[in-house]
Ligand binder design. Sequence first.
Ligand SMILES: C[S@@+](CC[C@H](N)C(=O)[O-])C[C@H]1O[C@@H](n2cnc3c(N)ncnc32)[C@H](O)[C@@H]1O
Length: 280
Amino acid sequence: MSDAPTTADAWNGPVGRHWAEHHDRYDAMLDGFNDALFGAAALGDRDRVLDVGCGSGGTTREAARRAPRGSVVGVDVSEPLLARARALSDRDARIRYERGDAQVHPFRAAAYDVVISRGGVMFFADHTAAFRNIAGALRPGGRLAFVCPRPASADSQEGRVLGRLATLLGRGGPVGGGLAGAMASLSEPGRVEEVLTGAGFHAIRATPVTEDTRWGEDAADAVDFFLSRMPGLTVADGTRTAMCEALRPYETGRGVLLRAGVWVVTASLPDRPGRRARRA
Ligand SMILES: C[S@@+](CC[C@H](N)C(=O)[O-])C[C@H]1O[C@@H](n2cnc3c(N)ncnc32)[C@H](O)[C@@H]1O
């Protein structure tokens, strides 16, 4: 058996601790995608919702607001993030969190109407098996809506600017705590279709959405945050200044904003198990 660190190790180690400590930063970065995610999820008043890879629970709490007579369970593999999620949600009895690896977690069968995820479904070793397990938690006819990154492209300010910051630091590749490959694992719609069809979903649709991601109050603040994701790195003053200059054009009255692209993926289960899949 391999001793190589898994993504679960990363989310229970420095990466997860960083997300937990800076949950408000990460929410500010990702909240711009909420309208597209929840528009696609089209939650009903009484829906029972499962939030996969819920992290510190920003979308779990938002789902509870949008399904005022429903309930929401957030599942995540990361203890530090779940601790943060619980601390932020303690007043709402309709929200519950479970620690588990969504690939194999023993979800209650057919217990949910809708599964949502904001960037929590890319980190699986076997995506088809994982989504099959998640499908088992959905009732027949249940819906899935998730957000995952689109491939970095020339029009992605975020990809381009973060790449520039990494280059200034003398780091060739993307910066992502060793998770960059997993982050991109569902970036090709053909792959999404293959995975979800294999897991029993139909009506699969991937819609491109581009929104602002907020990286900090101003360029200096954004650089501090960017560098905080690489603890122990010593950065020369000149490099820090050059990084600030790279971010300066993106300073706005609402902070440092970088446009970034995601797919909003929707799919559903057949009304009756075993019915033939069809396309959206
Ligand atoms: C990019 S973060 C997104 C967190 C949260 N959805 C948000 O929008 O703030 C990815 C999340 O997926 C979780 N995760 C990764 N692999 C997982 C797995 N196999 N099962 C459950 N959660 C997982 C991580 O712990 C992390 O909280």
